[in-house]
Design a binder for this molecule. Structure first.
Ligand code: NAP
Length: 293
């Protein structure tokens, strides 16, 4: 039996529509336009595509989009100076530092420069602290998208569900685990040292894969009927499309897993669009909070 596909694309489109209406209302009632600044350091091709898409969708939602590109060999001081100037820029409500940074840069130190008021990716110590303490605040976009997708598939009340998150990065795995905990789920975080990962995964009602390895999660790791959320974005060779061509696959062996799962997110087209929609939601939220609206 084939699983139901969870179309993050459609859910994200609806979220972006809601943001656009809210932005139009803010412009009419309060006379300002929220702005999102994206900082891209270096030439990583995937990051360039993400940044272009984020800029386009920001503008489509009626917000101002500011893209700042720094050279691959930019110094830590240059990156931090740019972030500091964006913190002080009244036109900027949200700052997104596109990760990963080139290897010579200190990523945590750069993130720490972002003002928590403008931290639309929820990555600063203040945002992460609020999440882990269960206090309201800006939540990281990709993990927040995972929770929305799970609710769409299974209903609003996720309490008591067994969730296994594979991955413990600060960007995805760890915040995803905390967000599902906030929903009263029973959460297991698996990682590269986890013993008998397939068995751990088979305990999941909701299986979140955030590993960064193409087709890593096998169909016999999936409990029949489980909800599978695939965060992975991996580029693999696609000779069928022509020489040197590539295609994007997730961290789950989709074709096999969809025969076992109850619901599953396709890659591309589910978690990715939710991440961008979440970014717009968070920018709007930061804009309102900063102005006391
Ligand atoms: P990351 O920082 O590289 O973290 C990967 C995690 O996977 C680590 O915690 C690692 O465990 C774990 N892992 C690696 N090999 C493993 C194994 N053999 N068994 C079990 N766990 C293993 O990656 P990330 O930033 O979290 O991203 C994960 C994936 O999501 C990537 O494909 C990325 O491109 C994608 N992503 C997608 C979006 C989106 O919008 N859709 C957004 C962000 C990221 P250890 O900690 O033990 O090393």
């Amino acid at each position: 039996m084939s699983a139901e596909l969870i179309s993050g694309k459609d859910i994200a489109a609806k979220l972006r529509e809601d943001v656009a209406s809210d932005v139009a209302r803010l412009k009419a009632d309060h006379g300002f336009t929220p702005g999102l600044a994206v900082v891209l350091v270096g030439e990583d091709p995937a990051s360039q595509i993400y940044v272009r898409n984020k800029g386009k969708m920001t503008e489509e939602a009626g917000m101002n989009s500011f893209t700042h590109r720094l050279a691959e060999d930019a110094s830590q001081a240059e990156v931090e100076a740019l972030l500091t100037s964006l913190n002080e820029d009244e036109a900027v409500d949200g700052i997104l530092l596109q990760l990963p940074l080139p290897k010579h840069l200190d990523e945590p130190a750069a993130i720490a420069k972002i003002s928590p008021d403008k931290d639309v990716d929820g990555l600063t110590e203040a945002s992460a602290g609020r999440l882990s303490l269960g206090k309201p605040g800006i939540r990281p976009c990709t993990p927040a998208g995972c929770v929305i997708l799970a609710k769409y598939a299974l209903g609003e009340d996720l309490s008591g569900k067994n969730v296994v998150v594979i991955g413990r990065s600060i960007l995805v795995g760890k915040p995803a685990a905390l967000l599902f905990l906030e929903q009263n789920c029973t959460v297991t975080i698996a990682h590269s040292r986890t013993k008998d990962l397939p068995e751990v995964c088979r305990s999941a009602d909701i299986l979140v894969a955030a590993v960064g390895r193409p087709k890593f999660v096998q169909s016999d790791w999936v409990k029949p009927g489980a909800c599978v959320i695939d965060v992975g974005i991996n580029r693999i060779p696609a000779p069928e499309k022509g020489e040197g061509k590539t295609r994007v696959v997730g961290d789950v062996d989709f074709d096999a897993a969809k025969e076992v799962a109850g619901q599953i997110t396709p890659v591309p087209g589910s978690v990715g669009p939710m991440t961008i929609a979440g970014l717009l939601v968070n920018t709007l939220e930061c804009a309102k909070l900063r102005r006391g609206i």
